[in-house]
Ligand binder design. Sequence first.
Ligand SMILES: [Zn+2]
Length: 299
Amino acid sequence: MLTDTHCHLDFNKFDEDREAVIQRALDAGIHRMLIPGLDWESSLAAVRLAGSQPEIFAAIGYHPTDVEKWEEASYDNLKALIMESGSLLTEIQAEVSPKRLGDAPGLQKKIVAIGEIGLDYYWVTEPEKQAHQRNILIRQLQLASDVNKPVIIHMREENDAWFGQASIDLLEILSEWQSSLRSQKHPRADAPGVLHSFNGNLETAQKAMDLNFYIGITGPVTYKNAEEKRQIIRQLPLERLLIETDSPFLTPVPMRGKRNEPAFVLYIADKIAEIHMTTREQVEKITTANAARLFGWGG
Ligand SMILES: [Zn+2]
């Protein structure tokens, strides 16, 4: 049993064959898929998909390259959605009516995280806009502790460097957040979130793990020229890793060149098994347990 803790199944690249993509994932043994939001509209789309399929879960939030859409009311709107204090969830649930009812949890239980949120200094290089990203990240971290959900963090450096100002700023913000969680004895201190599609250096990964974060591994780990990345991942304990596709992007080898989809998470699990000199079964077992612990969705 595998999980894909990061896939954008709401994107229009899946409009033609979304059901077939989901079915292939289920056939491949992927029993949990998590769709993160990028703004209000895509957060709602993620929630709709979560409502239509027992194996799909949603995260809601504003991506760093979408923070110009953040408004005064966004905090309260996201909070109302996740706390079911408005009628929106009931409306969505009525609209999507799940494929298979049975033991499917209520829609509110299927919004399991705030994300994806973070810093992107690759697409956004203007200092004032980067400062705005930091402010909105801090607001959404506050929201996560407010509603007791983990966060899904996106972090990308200028020029895709291994290390730079984005890593420095992110670690500073996350460690401040973690200290406040610890001082409140907040339950999130033990499981604050994941650095998704991690592309930083070993020191950044270690500092994030010291803050109890998980590290998300995506398709580039399978690329021929990614030896340095594999060296880093070799030094990260399996107990701190999550595997994710970031579909439709970052397609792993041997599917590289095609659109990515959750079923391909298998190739990432295989590569991690190879790097850690263990079996795929072991990688599946541990990363699936990690995801269940972080997102609280049961085995
Ligand atoms: Zn993403």
